[in-house]
Design a protein around this ligand. Structure first.
Ligand SMILES: Cc1cc2nc3c(=O)[nH]c(=O)nc-3n(C[C@H](O)[C@H](O)[C@H](O)COP(=O)(O)OP(=O)(O)OC[C@H]3O[C@@H](n4cnc5c(N)ncnc54)[C@H](O)[C@@H]3O)c2cc1C
Length: 401
């Protein structure tokens, strides 16, 4: 409870990424309490643009801003990291050694990139031919590496779920293939895509479009395969499934690492002990913790039974804000998140296949009845490359969209 009956509730948000700032801005605008965001990073990155940077359709400088500039007005920023949460005591322990007490806690700590989960992958990424759109520096390195290639073998890999907008691993592949085709060198470049599932994505309309595009670019797809190890010295990687194993040689490796929930979430007792992935154990519809009613979660760190994405955070933030408001006024949470999520596939340097779906994988277009957004279109390119970055910096991070 607050220090005095009239004091505003102390709301602590762990993580100042997409989810943390969206909800903090929204709660402050609704005047729901005294809000503190705990975030160690000094630079905020708009991750979706990293795919465009790697694929040569955006500059690295366009993806990041100082964290201090994007904290919503009226919200306090504590530059620290959470070490553990004691939910019984309503207390957050900080890496710096201090602690912070809360009335309501929102966990928005995202996913952790587990580069070291694949033997040899960190070394391969440190070598000149290792690139990735899942890290800003590696995306910046990918841009000239893919742009200047004229022949050889390029392997792109996508990790299994859970992953932050996992299929975004494919975006730089399409952008690069379109570029090589325009230069007339695509036939001289062997492009291999390693996918974790037996289909490119998992929604029939989208899969049809992606298969058509992959075929048109002449991409060799290895379905239902995971990366097992990489050897930077021989420039080879081993992929497999069960007993089947294959070694691929590469000139360039565009890899996306496995992803995990931060370990301290499970260590604090906030995950379901039966959930091997260790996400925050919230009700996937109300976003309230199943065992600690004053704990909430959204974004990549929350177990919400859908594929995580930035687009999924918008409806989540609205639901969480409504439910928290109801609880602070003595009511019960009634707003429900339906599992909406999105992946925009940049299938060329001017078109996008827009996959929008609910938690059952059923198409759920933002514009009702416009199901054909899942066809290759120019309008969705404009949305992905031009409109959404503006909306992100100016509206989403302030809790206005
Ligand atoms: C390459 C790439 C491309 C993508 N493309 C798309 C796309 O096209 N469309 C789309 O909708 N989505 C896309 N996404 C997904 C989208 O970016 C994420 O879903 C979104 O950023 C998740 O937001 P989040 O706040 O949950 O996590 P993050 O943005 O990762 O933020 C989590 C924050 O928590 C902080 N944190 C972690 N641990 C602690 C701690 N112990 N204490 C305090 N703070 C902590 C971190 O420093 C971080 O700033 C993409 C993601 C990537 C990586």
């Amino acid at each position: 409870m607050p220090d005095s009956p009239t004091a505003p509730p102390r709301i602590v948000v762990i993580g100042g990424g997409n989810a943390g700032l969206s909800i903090a801005g929204r709660l402050h605008r609704a005047r729901l309490g005294d809000i503190t965001v705990i975030e160690p990073r000094e630079t905020h990155v708009y991750a979706p643009l990293q795919s465009h940077i790697a694929g040569g359709t955006a500059r690295a400088s366009q993806a990041s801003r100082p964290q201090a500039d994007v904290i919503p007005p009226g919200v306090r920023w504590l530059r620290d990291a959470v070490f553990t949460v004691d939910a019984d005591a309503h207390r957050v322990h900080l890496v710096s050694g201090g602690h912070l007490d809360y009335d309501q806690l929102i966990v928005a700590a995202g996913l952790r990139l587990a580069w070291d989960a694949i033997p040899g992958l960190p070394e391969a990424m440190a070598a000149p031919e290792g690139v990735s759109n899942y890290d800003l520096a590696l995306a910046a390195k990918a841009s000239p590496t893919l742009r200047d290639l004229r022949s050889g073998t390029v392997v792109f890999t996508q990790p299994p779920e859970p992953a932050s907008c996992g299929a975004a691993a494919q975006k730089p592949l399409y952008l690069a293939c379109d570029w090589w085709r325009a230069l007339g060198v695509l036939d001289d470049i062997r492009v291999i895509l390693v996918l974790p599932d037996p289909v490119p994505f998992g929604i029939p309309d989208v899969d049809r479009e992606l298969r058509r595009v992959l075929e048109a670019y002449g991409v060799e797809v290895r379905y239902s395969r995971e990366v097992r190890s990489v050897d930077a010295t021989t420039r080879t990687l081993t992929i497999g499934h069960g007993d089947v194993e294959e070694t691929l040689a590469y000139d360039v490796l565009h890899a996306v690492p496995p992803q995990r929930a931060p370990e301290w979430i499970a260590g604090s007792g906030l995950a379901d002990p039966d959930d091997a992935h260790g996400f925050v154990d919230v009700d996937p519809e109300t976003l309230r913790h199943r065992r600690f009613p004053d704990v909430w979660s959204l974004g990549d760190a929350a177990r919400v039974a859908t594929r995580p994405s930035g687009g999924a955070i918008r409806p989540q933030a609205k639901v969480l804000a409504k439910n928290l408001r109801a609880v602070l006024r003595g009511g019960t949470p009634t707003a429900r998140y339906d599992g909406y999520s999105v992946v925009p596939f940049t299938v060329s340097r001017g078109t996008v296949v827009f996959a929008e779906f609910d938690r059952w994988g059923k198409p759920q277009p933002t514009i009702p009845f416009w199901r054909s957004l899942s066809r290759e279109r120019r309008s969705t390119w404009v949305a992905d490359r031009r409109i959404l970055p503006w909306v992100y910096w100016n509206l989403i991070l302030r809790g206005r969209a």
